[in-house]
Design a protein around this ligand. Structure first.
Ligand code: MN
Length: 409
């Protein structure tokens, strides 16, 4: 059972209770340049830099505009900081000094909580890979021969990472359907989303030195939600032979709260049995593997479309990190790597519209009578998630949300 906090309306089983304490960056809505690190507790955000000073604790890592200085410091500092914040919110003796630094979340603006370095996106749901493979390459095997030997991924565009709530401008590009004689240029006609889970790198690594499976928790600071917006028509025409490019790099939305890895101790599960023996650097069978039992929920215009189960992902984040660095490529503080679309086996567990609508043939039906094979301007996509916490509590991730607006052409 987790400890109880003195903060009002927070119970032991609150999704944002003291067992969670996700980090974000906030400001007053009218002062977006005056950013502060905050920790979510119930319906409040705690200004942790100010709270540290009020509690007489070292505040340097928390008096920052982004999480990067804290993230760079490493696991011992993360654990000590988390323990300190928890004690301020649990011990009634701290209440008089700390309480003035709580603000209702509804009264602040939330920003991208870390300065992004590199961004990588994986492709680690077997159901998603089979679904997309059979749609994009109907005459070939759905899974490529490498898929069960390595976590497939690509390097994305970190400059296009945006915080939840930021509008997504419909991308423009080259489109060519299989039976078109030639490509045309214009607004994307098959705009989609991908519900994913993101892993934020805190501690860097040295060039030339791979990060072993067992060192995952030394490098990964926390976990967030990601929407990998995808222009399926641009993607289908451009992706052979070098993979995703402009069909993905126009916008990637990130949730404002980074859930510390330490808050997910109760969510760890064994991933599905692999039917191909992994090479030694990816072999997690003799370790406590990093499967995570996150329950996602995808809404389109406020209506639930699907509930993708993250526990079914074939490759874990630890395997993804080991593979990502297996060639000696280095990690930097602020790197983000995303899981790939989280899709389960049933239609109401898939993480993208192209899968739900089966390439546009069976649209998602909206309660207002409308239907969506792909997204229209004005549509809002919201992805939320929770995970098991201590004593039956849930760990909340909040949500990543974005509204599509018309192309600017
Ligand atoms: Mn993706």
């Amino acid at each position: 059972m987790s400890a109880q906090t003195w903060v009002e309306n927070v119970t032991a089983d609150s999704a944002f209770g003291v067992h969670n304490l996700p980090y974000g960056v906030f400001s007053a809505p009218d002062r977006p340049d005056e950013r502060r690190i905050g920790v979510a507790i119930g319906e409040y955000v705690l200004d942790v830099g100010a709270a540290a000073r009020a509690a007489g604790a070292p505040s340097m890592l928390l008096d920052a505009r982004s999480l990067n200085p804290l993230m760079a410091r490493g696991r011992a500092a993360w654990s000590a900081t988390r323990a300190a914040i928890s004690s301020w919110l649990v011990d009634p003796a701290h209440r008089p000094a700390v309480e003035p630094h709580l603000t209702p979340v509804s009264e602040v603006s939330l920003h991208l909580p870390f300065d992004p370095a590199d961004y990588v996106d994986f492709y680690s749901s077997e159901h998603h890979a089979k679904n997309l493979g059979s749609m994009f390459r109907p005459d070939a095997e759905a899974l490529t021969p490498n898929w069960k030997h390595l976590p497939i991924g690509y390097h994305g565009r970190s400059g296009s990472l945006i915080v939840s709530g930021t509008e997504v401008v419909r991308p423009t590009g080259q489109r060519k359907a299989p039976h078109d004689a030639a490509p045309t240029f214009g607004p994307c006609r098959r705009l989609d989303f991908e519900a994913e889970v993101g892993f934020v790198v805190g501690t860097s690594s040295r060039l030339g030195e791979p990060v072993a499976l067992a060192d995952f928790a030394e490098h990964v600071f926390g976990v967030c939600l990601v929407n990998d917006w995808s222009a399926r028509d641009i993607q289908a025409w451009e992706y052979v032979p070098l993979g995703p490019f402009l069909g993905k790099s126009f916008a990637t939305s990130v949730s404002p709260w980074i859930v510390p890895l330490d808050a997910l101790a109760h969510a760890r599960v064994r991933p599905p049995t692999r039917d191909v023996e992994p090479l030694p650097y990816l072999d997690d069978r003799d370790t406590e593997p990093w499967g995570l039992d996150l329950a996602l929920e995808v809404q389109v215009n406020g209506q639930v479309m699907s509930r993708p189960p993250f526990a079914g992902m074939y490759w874990t984040a630890a395997q993804q990190l080991a593979h990502l660095t297996s060639n000696g490529g280095r990690l930097r503080t602020g790197d983000l790597f995303a899981s790939g679309t989280v899709s389960g086996p049933e239609r109401d567990t898939v993480g993208s519209l192209i899968e739900y609508s089966w390439n546009g043939e069976q649209p998602f039906k909206l309660a207002d009578g409308g239907e969506r094979a792909f997204l229209e301007d004005g549509d809002v996509v919201t992805i939320g998630a929770t995970a098991p916490g201590p004593g039956g509590a849930r760990v909340g991730f909040g949500e990543v949300s974005g509204r599509v607006v018309a192309a600017r052409t």
